[in-house]
Design a protein around this ligand. Structure first.
Ligand code: DCM
Ligand code: MG
Length: 245
């Protein structure tokens, strides 16, 4: 158990999935929020859902954010071919990334500098992060011969949400019927859990920053249960193995 001060929602875009062999990072986003501001956002979301006004609902839900945010979004030349199927979902290709810097030691320094100025302890949160984002960041950091801050911890929201639904916790009032409310979603993909808990899919997906913001809202919809789970289930970034070496 750790008393987290800052949650840093984290997402990577890359040249492919783990199954593609050796995915390389093409975009990184960090969206940092004060831990206690998630509780406040939870109340705002509940309120918004209660007063659902169909016309602007998606716009209103997406405009709910803590006032104090620190964000870092970097595009990276991946040094590998991006297949058209991947470009179709991310909008990133070897042409529009041509003049971007590759992931090097400066990139790692920039990530460390950003994280070091946040109130600590700092916890990175990524959806499916244990299988993908954390080990992939680790691989790029290792290749660039740089370490991430030694006290940074990580939590995988995909695992967390599955656990929370399995425990049939009291969820927020969703726009669904009472019956559906306590049923788990069919899939725990970010888009699907966002729809399940907030009543709509995110307007944008597969952009690193857009995915961080969608994840921030989705976890805030869970409120205290999510915060407790994160504090009890985070582990040190230094304990992760690189996705490739
Ligand atoms: N990805 C993929 N095919 C998919 C989904 C994702 O190759 N169907 C890869 C490319 C994305 C990366 O995973 O840049 C991260 O996914 P996401 O945008 O969901 O964070
Ligand atoms: Mg993404």
């Amino acid at each position: 158990m750790i008393n987290i001060k800052t949650l840093v929602y984290f997402d990577l875009e890359a040249t492919g999935l783990k199954s593609s062999g050796r995915p390389r990072i093409s975009e990184i986003a960090f969206v940092a929020v004060n831990f206690e501001d998630i509780g406040e956002l939870h109340l705002q979301i509940q309120n918004q859902i209660r007063n659902k006004n169909n016309q602007d609902f998606l716009f209103q839900i997406e405009s709910l954010l803590p006032r104090v945010l620190n964000k870092l979004t970097l595009c990276v030349y991946p040094m590998a071919t991006i297949m058209p199927e991947v470009t179709d979902i991310t909008g990133l290709d070897n042409y529009n990334l041509t003049s971007q810097t590759r992931f090097d030691a400066n990139t790692g320094d920039l990530l460390n500098t950003f994280l070091a100025r946040l109130p600590n302890p700092v916890c990175l949160v990524a959806h499916n992060g244990n299988a993908y984002d954390f080990p992939l960041l680790k691989a790029e950091m290792k290749k660039a011969s740089i370490h991430l801050g030694s006290e940074i911890v990580c939590a995988d929201s995909y695992i967390g949400m599955k656990a929370l639904f399995q425990n049939s916790i009291e969820l927020i009032e969703t726009v669904d019927t009472d019956n559906k409310r306590r049923q788990p979603p069919q899939s725990f993909s970010l888009e699907n859990v966002h729809k399940h808990l907030l009543g709509c899919k995110p307007s944008r997906s597969h952009g690193a920053e857009a995915d961080c913001l969608a994840l921030l809202r989705t976890t805030a919809a869970l409120g205290k249960e999510w915060l407790d789970w994160g504090e009890n289930n985070s582990k040190l970034f230094s304990e992760y193995k690189a996705i490739w070496v």
